[in-house]
Write a protein that binds this ligand. Structure first.
Ligand code: KG4
Ligand code: ZN
Length: 358
């Protein structure tokens, strides 16, 4: 299975093999980040992203085939991210995948980017559903009961910023550059996480939702009070921010776990917990959730760092999971800026949000 990913600022292609036993193997995985192109703007510029994908997608696909020592005649199906994401970028990957599918007569599978993150542990840990997913990326933050491949029940969602967005904005206000998550984590390494007592958003609330906008504003207020900031101030603010985020996500995860056990159709217990998405690369968050999982007498699964951020292998794997179940897509499958994992999830009342961000 060849997988193509162009939903945000990574152009990626990979070849993955799914064995008849359901196990997976990565034959190649090529990711080109566009950080340099966006750095001057402090964030991803959609038009620049789309053009950068178009410039290099052919090369990336060819490199993925070369690295796997294969050519198109060896590929049994092709998968591409169709959403959610930036529409210009999605159209690049999707159109190339459809063209290859048509020209080479290879079946095509349109993939939901969130599902690709959700299923990565099938490839890396041979972990199959059911499990509780804690998805933390640049555009999405939610807890989902993954009942099966294709069956998702959303439990909690952010009522304002996504967690990755909060890391990116915090990095920006502390002048740490872009992308923010890795920069905050680097700075936090030498920091004192106990120096600032930042809010732990929504901790103790019954609904398992998330909120990070207030936390980011609290960091801004502290930074303004301290200005000019020394490197030690920045390190302490980053460490305190990571600690607050980790406490909040751990509490929300614990709440979602209770709901997942109530709602799961399966009697499988303990239910494994999966942390996925770009922010799952964060060591402090991983350690915190690992302790929470241990407390709940279950295991935490996190993909290796290289497969937490956007990549083609996760798209190829999601494609392989669907293809092995006989699912393919038509060549008129649309690119979708929004595409919730759980189409039946109820809007969140009382937050001013009409529904999920996806
Ligand atoms: O999943 P992803 O690569 O793209 C989306 O689908 O959004 O996630 C990107 C996000 C960015 O906000 C980035 O700052 C964050 O993941 N991120 C991190 C770390 N590495 C990436 N956040 C915290 N700590 C990290 N080490
Ligand atoms: Zn992603």
């Amino acid at each position: 299975m060849l997988g193509i990913e162009t939903s945000c600022d990574e152009t990626a292609a990979a070849v993955v093999r799914r064995g008849s036993d359901g196990g997976g193997e990565i034959l190649s995985n090529v990711v080109r980040s566009q950080w340099e192109a966006h750095r001057a703007f402090g964030g991803v510029v959609p038009e620049i992203a789309a053009r950068a994908h178009a410039d290099c997608i052919d090369d990336i696909i060819q490199t993925a085939l070369d690295d796997a020592r294969l050519d198109f005649s060896d590929i049994d199906a092709i998968a591409a991210t169709a959403g959610p994401g930036l529409i210009g970028g999605l159209l690049v990957g999707l159109t190339v995948a459809k063209a290859i599918s048509h020209a080479r007569e290879i079946p095509f599978v349109a993939i939901n980017h969130l599902e690709a993150h959700a299923l990565t542990v099938g490839l890396t840990d041979a972990l199959q559903p059911p499990y509780l997913l804690v998805l933390v990326s640049g555009g999405h933050t939610q807890t989902v009961l993954v009942e099966d491949v294709g069956s998702y029940h959303r439990l909690g969602i952010t009522i304002d910023d996504a967690l990755g967005e909060a890391f990116d904005k915090t990095a920006k206000l502390l002048d740490l550059g872009f992308p923010g998550g890795p920069a905050v984590e680097r700075a936090a390494k030498t920091g004192d996480a106990a120096r600032f007592s930042l809010p732990r958003p929504l901790v103790g609330r019954a609904e398992p939702h998330f909120s990070f906008a207030g936390l980011k504003s609290a960091v801004r207020r502290q930074a303004q009070q301290l200005a000019p900031l020394t490197p030690a101030d920045v390190a302490d603010l980053c460490a305190s921010f990571e600690a607050a985020v980790s406490d909040s996500v751990a509490d929300r995860c614990r709440r979602a776990y209770g709901l997942a056990l109530e709602q799961a159709r399966t009697a499988k217990q303990p239910l494994p917990i999966v942390l996925a998405g770009g922010v799952a690369a964060n060591a402090r968050l991983k350690a915190r959730l690992s302790a929470t999982a241990a407390d709940l007498c279950t295991a935490l699964h996190v993909p290796p760092v290289a497969l937490c951020g956007d990549n083609g292998a996760m798209v190829a794997w999601a494609g392989a999971e669907h293809f092995s179940r006989g699912t393919t897509s038509r060549l008129d499958a649309p690119a979708r800026a929004r595409w919730p994992l759980d189409a039946d999830a109820k809007p969140i009342l009382g937050t001013g949000k009409a529904g999920p961000k996806a």
